[in-house]
Design a protein around this ligand. Sequence first.
Ligand SMILES: [Zn+2]
Ligand SMILES: [Zn+2]
Length: 269
Amino acid sequence: MSDPVGAEVRARALALPVAEWWRAETVAPGVTKIVEPHLDPLLQANLWLVEGSERDMLIDSGMGVGRLAPFVDGLRDASRPLVHVLSHAHIDHMGGSWEFDTRLIHPAEAADLEKTDSGLATLFRDEIPQAMRDGFAAEGYRPLPDLLIDARPFEAFDPSAYRLTPAPATGLLGEGDRVELGSRGFTVIHLPGHSAGGIGLLDEADGTLFSGDAIYDGPLLPIGVMSDYLVTLERLARLSVSVVHGGHDASFGQERMREICADYLGRWG
Ligand SMILES: [Zn+2]
Ligand SMILES: [Zn+2]
């Protein structure tokens, strides 16, 4: 079978400069946003490190291009245990999960952590199925460049050798479960629609919500069941929050969350 990418593009990928793969930004006391600035914006998810008095929580793990665990440990007191929670099992949120000892996810997506065959498990546009690319374009994403990275994480990294590493779940999280960090804790809320097992993590004490891809301030993707997504958006519109840290794009507050919910309920409902 002929290579859909082509030798010229693969050579260009291999010649990309090496750069610091991760960027971290403290957004609130004990809350750090971690991103992969050298990925195409479509694949650039937000990872969240939340520090507690007894243990820390890392939500999501990016694409699995650069090594994540050493970077995360450099941001925190690495003598504390780290609990790794997945908002859902899409590749831009789970690629680095194999690096961590605990991997907690909703039961509806636990099996997806063992897969390696996501259509997006590539750094080359022309290896992404056309129907998937058309779907992103229809939801308002700009056309993809032929290379989905503009740097490499280390000298020996060959973009053509990039694969998704399976990372079986070590535990399950469902509606109403708690993730306790000591000085603060989070309640799991099940938010299906973008995906079947999408979860949010809500600290009712201060109104902080980590929402995964159920809601963020950019084009939402109804990859799961639409009727579930409408129920999720209605639930989010009623939820009392102070700040929402989503799986993509910038964080926002209660009023903006209600606007986004109303917008999509109007479009999809
Ligand atoms: Zn995502
Ligand atoms: Zn997703």
